[in-house]
Design a protein around this ligand. Structure first.
Ligand SMILES: Nc1ncnc2c1ncn2[C@@H]1O[C@H](COP(=O)(O)OP(=O)(O)OP(=O)(O)O)[C@@H](O)[C@H]1O
Ligand SMILES: [Mg+2]
Length: 357
């Protein structure tokens, strides 16, 4: 018994290589059965892990079993995503366990690209995922996911999300003609956002990734006041760090009680598509410095990569088009780190009952 306790304690020192967080409660639970020398280990995490992470952990667990004088006779890893706490006064909705907003201070830094690739990465890790395009003035999620066609509304009240690469998606761009300019004033735009969120028949999602428009305006305020958000991710480019815009976005989320899960630095390094040479066009370490200054993690640093642009703009984001490529692997690691940060947060206080309509 004492030996088992020591063994479990040694397992709890193991870390997730993407988030650098220890695989211990509340992030993870280890169940151990020791029978003579045979050690059987089950790892349950509150977020999905990449197959590579599980394989590496298995080896480490094997080593620890040997240190404990035994052998590893069985190892299983599984995940269960809980609903996490949201802003005071709001509760998670039944069909969506966690809403994660992706925002930035400035436009054009790669929010939509990051949101879509993080969503596809979470799906590849084994989670149930949706994407909500909150950019009602300039929706880009349909084009990035290669979606066309109108969502159906069997009961004339709710709408069915469309699906691409295993994720669900909803966007105002799917409901109105793409060449109709969005001339809506504030209230119409914000009520469109809340309707897209509440009227879509999301199918029991672990994560709903919300792609925000740039800045800190009406849409962001509506999101903060009306939509239960478990966490936010700030996308920034090295230039943006210099202009303080990303810091404004970070402060805004703090002010409305939405925890910032971390920063994704985008277009940090240019990798030459001919020779593979990496060049820090805008200097190095800005994302890391900003993360350290505000005490939030740097979830990932994405290169300025031709494939990210071409494949994203062609409707097959790099995580779907080339999952083994370096940029796709960087998105997978960032997604795992983001999900780990969320799993470390308190759970929602009310029980979420999954409703089958
Ligand atoms: N890491 C990257 N490497 C190469 N191109 C990228 C990268 N990230 C984004 N892009 C490209 O930059 C352009 C802008 O990206 P995106 O639309 O994702 O930005 P955004 O922040 O959502 O913009 P907006 O503020 O208009 O919503 C797109 O053409 C996209 O393909
Ligand atoms: Mg965008």
């Amino acid at each position: 018994m004492e030996n088992t306790t020591a063994f479990v304690q040694s397992l709890q020192q193991l870390v997730d290589p993407s988030s650098h967080l220890a695989l211990a409660p509340p992030l993870a639970r280890w169940d151990v059965r020791v029978d003579g020398r045979e050690h059987r280990v089950e790892l349950t995490t509150g977020y999905p892990l990449a197959a590579g992470t599980v394989a590496a952990l298995r080896e480490q667990v094997e080593g620890l079993a040997q240190v404990a004088g035994g052998v590893l006779a069985g190892f299983e890893a599984r995940h269960r995503v809980a609903a996490h706490a949201v802003q005071p006064g709001l509760s998670p909705v039944p069909r969506v366990r966690n809403v994660i907003a992706v925002g930035s201070g400035k436009g054009g830094v790669g929010k939509s690209t990051t949101a879509v690739n993080l969503a596809l990465a979470l799906q590849r890790l084994g989670a149930k995922v949706g994407v909500l395009d909150a950019d009602v003035y300039g929706p880009s999620v349909p084009a990035m996911l290669g979606l066309s066609g109108r969502p159906e509304s069997p009961d004339n009240k709710s709408i069915e999300p469309l699906r691409a690469f295993g994720v669900e998606a909803m966007s105002i761009g799917l409901l109105v003609d793409t060449d109709t300019p969005m001339i809506w004033r504030g209230p119409m735009a914000t009520s469109a956002l809340t309707q897209l969120f509440t009227d879509t028949r999301w199918d029991d999602l672990d994560y709903l990734i919300v792609d925000l428009p740039p800045g800190t305006g009406d849409i962001q305020l509506t999101l903060a006041q009306k939509i239960p958000v478990a966490g936010a991710v700030i996308v920034t480019t090295p230039q943006e760090i210099a202009t303080l815009d990303a810091r404004k976005a970070l402060k805004m989320f703090e002010k409305v009680n939405v925890p910032v899960l971390g920063i994704v630095e985008n277009m940090a390094v240019h990798v030459c598509s001919n020779c593979g040479h990496a060049e820090h066009l805008f200097g190095q370490g800005g994302g890391q410095a900003m993360a350290a200054q505000y005490g939030v993690p740097l979830l990932g640093s994405l290169p300025l990569d031709l494939r990210i642009r071409e494949q994203g703009d062609a409707g097959t984001p790099v995580v779907a088009a080339a999952p083994d490529s370096a940029p796709a692997q960087a998105y997978l690691a960032a997604a795992q780190a983001m999900a780990a940060q969320l799993a470390a947060r308190p759970r929602a206080s009310i029980a979420i009952v999954s409703t089958l309509a």
